[in-house]
Design a binder for this molecule. Structure first.
Ligand SMILES: NC(=O)c1ccc[n+]([C@@H]2O[C@H](COP(=O)([O-])OP(=O)(O)OC[C@H]3O[C@@H](n4cnc5c(N)ncnc54)[C@H](OP(=O)(O)O)[C@@H]3O)[C@@H](O)[C@H]2O)c1
Length: 283
């Protein structure tokens, strides 16, 4: 049995499908099983990591656990790691972040959320694998309301270059690590990025191509971008860090890996693939 936290999330949903396709039994965790729309082949179980519910029952009979901080939160994550040890789980695969190594080897604020989780998992003595993703293509979904409403994206640093990674690729690598049929993933860090450098403005253009509509990109200044993010609930230090990252990415070559191809045997999906897969979100 493989337990998937955040099973309705960007990665989680793809991961559940992939594990089922590989014949693995899956326990998919969500706060709302009735509305989750998860496959009936999965055992869908209610879990809310802010509700203080007992965690061991969620892990009963599980061989492997997929841990996603977006679902389990800082405290829930540590509790779930302890519960995994108690429940006899053999292996934890953690959805970590490239930000762990940050700039010049120092973890960024986002990285600092993931470092204690990696440390706690290492300390369990269980088998582990860390999937450190770079910039997710799903971040572009933040533009969806504006694209649907006006066809114009207002964003800072249009010439910042990144290599967005498709959540389906993250899910495919994660599935391999969870199943780990030959033990090759144990004690391994997989750093996942896309393989195609693209500016922010080019990403908007590719979304336009996917939905057959000409979109406009309007670059906004750093101050306006910061205030807009804070107004959307992003903590100010995090928003400021993201802007510093984008500023440093203008005209730069982003760090890229071929880990997706190494692990899955086929090239990473492109951003154009991602935009086509998500066309309905932007129409
Ligand atoms: N964005 C990036 O560029 C980036 C880069 C590297 C790493 N990451 C990592 O990836 C994570 C995001 O992964 P993702 O995109 O797959 O997440 P996601 O799409 O935001 O999904 C998270 C899922 O967690 C569930 N959830 C939320 N609160 C919960 C609670 N209290 N109890 C139980 N479940 C809860 C939700 O499912 P229900 O509503 O069904 O409960 C939701 O579907 C980030 O937090 C970060 O750790 C992100």
């Amino acid at each position: 049995m493989i337990v998937v936290t955040g099973a309705t999330g960007g990665i989680g949903r793809r991961l559940v499908d992939q594990l089922l396709a590989e014949g693995a039994p899956v326990r998919a965790l969500t706060r709302n099983p009735a509305n989750a729309g998860l496959p009936i082949a999965a055992q869908t179980v209610r879990a809310d990591f802010t509700a203080g519910q007992p965690l061991e029952p969620l892990l009963e009979g599980a061989e492997a656990l997929y841990l996603n901080l977006a679902a389990t939160g800082e405290q829930g994550t540590q509790a779930l790691i302890r519960a995994a040890g108690n429940a006899g789980v053999r292996r934890i695969v953690f959805n970590s972040a490239m930000a762990v190594t940050g700039l010049a080897g120092r973890p960024s604020l986002i990285g600092q959320l993931h470092v204690p989780v990696e440390e706690a998992i290492r300390a369990t003595g269980l088998e582990w694998c860390f999937i450190r993703g770079g910039m997710y293509a799903t971040n572009s979904l933040n533009w969806a309301p504006a694209i649907r409403a006006t066809g114009t994206v207002h964003a800072p640093y249009g010439q910042a270059v990144v290599a967005p990674v498709h959540e389906a690729d993250v899910a495919d690598v994660t599935a391999r690590a969870l199943l780990d049929r030959d033990g090759t993933h144990n004690g391994t860090v997989h750093t996942l990025t896309g393989t195609q450098p693209l500016t922010v403005a080019q990403q908007v253009e590719q979304i336009g191509q996917a939905i057959g509509r000409e979109l406009s990109f309007v670059e906004v200044g750093e101050e306006d971008a910061l205030e807009a993010q804070v107004a959307h609930g992003v903590p100010r230090p995090l928003a400021a860090e993201l802007l510093r990252f984008l500023a440093a990415s203008v005209g730069a070559v982003p760090e890229m890996t071929d880990t997706i191809e190494q692990v899955t045997g086929r090239p990473a999906r492109s951003y154009a693939d991602w935009a086509r897969d998500h066309a309905a979100d932007f129409r």
